[in-house]
Design a protein around this ligand. Structure first.
Ligand SMILES: [Zn+2]
Ligand SMILES: [Zn+2]
Ligand SMILES: [Zn+2]
Length: 378
């Protein structure tokens, strides 16, 4: 298996290829960079330039979660892919399913509310639903949500999904459902004042995602999240250290009416962590594991999981460090690895050293220091 971690600055983009007789198969996991990245401003172009003719073999796209630094470059990449005449074929787009948050908010409302808020926050006229549309210009696209316990084939290998769960624990579900409801209320309040963007984007997302996301159907046998913390349990200081971090401190909210800006900012901060919390975690045997941007309690739940169908291996060949290698909580509990690669640029690299100290059972190259990193495993 060949793993290319492509340097896109403060973002993520990885290509995985393995030898399959008579057919090439290429998987791209994420492609995007932080909107304020100074290193790479066109991650899709960077990925296309690196992959060259290999791009023709692309048949699987995995989006670990829908933050700009993980998906936006896939729009550019669709243009490059589409420009290749031989490229037209079936693409499978795999993304994290939205767990059931309980009765007050459906998974579809939660997804659409979260997407609308993110798109409005970034003042991005390209709603995330356009990702699927962009790739439909170049081939047929089937979009498949993934949950913990799922397995799928790509690159002639079997991939296992460790996160997100189909269901979250009741406390967390209530908390997030309430926050999503607040987003919907804010959308109505702002629309009443003549600013309809948030509500329009919610409605667009809600309508568009219906066709390719169903409610989680199978409920896991264990009726609670793997997160062992209960309401009574004292807060683990390691968790709080991460949850308080704000990734997008420099969000430009000038377009949001002043009256609603404080509430908007509060909800962005509250739900920012939600996207990361529901990031995909995927592995291929004990060779490769992708942590997306999970941190805090989600990371703890994944690394302390003991049920054999969901548990991690004790050692991996290559690991993509959680959250660009910028978070330290629970790093000491991560599995050992030959390489734990930090996908970092100027914004995240400052914390890589701390992660490295905590996660001492791996060697830590970063794209910030090394540029694009290519590894071959068995
Ligand atoms: Zn990220
Ligand atoms: Zn993220
Ligand atoms: Zn590490």
């Amino acid at each position: 298996m060949r793993i290319d971690v492509i340097n896109v600055g403060d973002g993520a983009c990885t290509a995985v290829e393995s030898y399959v007789p008579d057919r090439g198969e290429l998987t791209i996991i994420d492609c995007g960079t932080h909107p304020h990245s100074k290193v790479v401003t066109t991650p899709g172009v960077a990925a296309a330039a690196h992959l060259g003719g290999r791009l023709t073999d692309l048949d699987t796209i995995v989006v670990t979660h829908f933050d700009t630094d993980h998906w936006h470059g896939l729009l550019e990449l669709a243009d490059f892919y589409g420009a290749r005449e031989t490229a037209r074929k079936a693409i499978t787009l795999r993304y994290p399913g939205m767990p059931d948050l309980g009765e007050r908010v459906s998974a579809r409302q939660a997804r659409a509310g979260l997407m609308a808020l993110i798109s409005t926050r970034d003042d991005d006229p390209l709603n995330l639903v356009r990702l699927k549309t962009a790739w439909e210009q170049v081939g047929s696209v089937s979009a498949v949500p993934l949950y913990r316990g799922d397995v799928f084939d790509a690159n002639g290998r079997q991939w296992r999904v460790h996160w997100p769960p189909r269901q979250v624990d009741v406390t967390r579900g209530k908390k997030y459902a309430a926050a999503i409801r607040e987003v919907l209320d804010l959308a109505d309040d702002m629309a009443a004042d003549g600013y309809t963007k948030l509500r329009d984007q919610f409605e667009e997302a809600y309508g568009a995602w219906e066709e390719f996301e169903d409610q989680p159907d199978a409920i896991e046998a264990v009726p609670h999240d793997a997160d062992p913390r209960s309401e009574e349990e004292p807060v683990d200081p390691e968790d709080e250290a991460d949850l308080d971090q704000d990734d997008d401190e420099d969000v430009d909210l000038d377009h949001v009416p002043e009256k609603h800006r404080a509430e908007f900012r509060r909800l962005v901060a509250k739900l920012d962590g939600l996207d990361n919390y529901f990031s995909l975690v995927l592995s291929v045997d004990d060779q490769f594991i992708v942590f997306g941007d999970i941190e805090g309690t989600a990371l703890r739940a994944v690394v302390t999981e003991t049920r054999p169908e969901f548990a991690l291996a004790g050692h991996y060949g290559v690991m993509l460090a959680p959250h660009h290698g910028s978070h330290v909580a629970h790093a000491s509990r991560l599995p050992a690895a030959d390489l734990c690669i930090c996908q970092s640029g100027s914004k995240h690299q400052g914390k890589n050293r701390l992660h490295e100290l905590r996660h001492s059972s791996a060697c830590h190259p970063s794209t910030w220091e090394c540029g694009t990193i290519c590894v071959t495993t068995w």
